[in-house]
Design a protein around this ligand. Structure first.
Ligand SMILES: C[S@@+](CC[C@H](N)C(=O)[O-])C[C@H]1O[C@@H](n2cnc3c(N)ncnc32)[C@H](O)[C@@H]1O
Length: 194
């Protein structure tokens, strides 16, 4: 299983899919979902993508995996389904993952709680950072979990928390869009058969 975790400042309340950037740069999260899950004509069944939403009083975690249904790869469609999921979340929900009819998982979990859960599962963490070790010189182990930030990156405290378990890896000195990083990481892992 290949895993991605995005630290996002996206809203935790419903928003208009017509203004994704205005909802805490939800456009970034939507592009990342598309890059992580969609390939030509189908979706990746061996990949899951977590979004840690931090643009509200309580963090919310979402997860898109190979069981998503009726969601197309365009940003607006993904944004619409995220907003609908957040509507459900407004009525109160707990730490246990729940799945919407479209297959999106949601829970009241923080970024750190997502990482702790994946650590218990035995994921091997890689923190994507321009200053990290070159990805070409890194051995990517089985069950990798790649951690990324949004346009403002990962806050220092959360980054330190991730660094406990993660190796910092870099795609070079250029600062790429988070969604572009996901495509490159997929390409490398596909090539290596990881
Ligand atoms: C647009 S960048 C954020 C840039 C932001 N100024 C910062 O300080 O993190 C979004 C995310 O993509 C990842 N990223 C971007 N370029 C990268 C690179 N060359 N190597 C590794 N990760 C990269 C990082 O995880 C980053 O947090």
């Amino acid at each position: 299983m290949r895993t991605f975790i995005l630290y996002s400042r996206g809203w935790t309340k419903p928003f208009s899919e017509k203004d994704l950037p205005g909802a805490g740069r939800m456009d970034i999260a939507c592009r990342c979902v598309s890059a992580a899950l969609f390939i030509s004509y189908t979706i990746r069944r061996d990949t899951r993508f977590f979004i840690s939403l931090n643009g509200g009083s309580q963090p919310i975690a979402l997860c898109f995996d190979g069981r998503i249904r009726k969601i197309s790869p365009d940003e607006r469609s993904i944004g619409l389904w995220i907003s609908k999921t957040l509507e459900k979340a407004q009525n109160g929900f707990g730490k246990e993952w729940k799945r919407t009819d479209n297959g999106i998982l949601y829970a009241q979990k923080s970024f750190r709680e997502i990482l702790e859960e994946l650590e218990k599962e035995g994921c091997e963490f890689y923190l994507l950072d321009e200053e990290g070790k070159k990805i070409e010189e890194t051995t990517i182990k089985e069950n990798p979990a790649f951690v990324l930030g949004d346009n403002l990156g990962i806050p220092k405290g959360e980054e330190k928390f991730a660094e406990r378990v993660a190796e910092k890896i870099s795609l070079g000195k250029t600062s790429y869009l988070a969604s572009s990083c996901i495509s490159v990481v997929h390409w490398i892992c596909d090539g290596k058969g990881i």
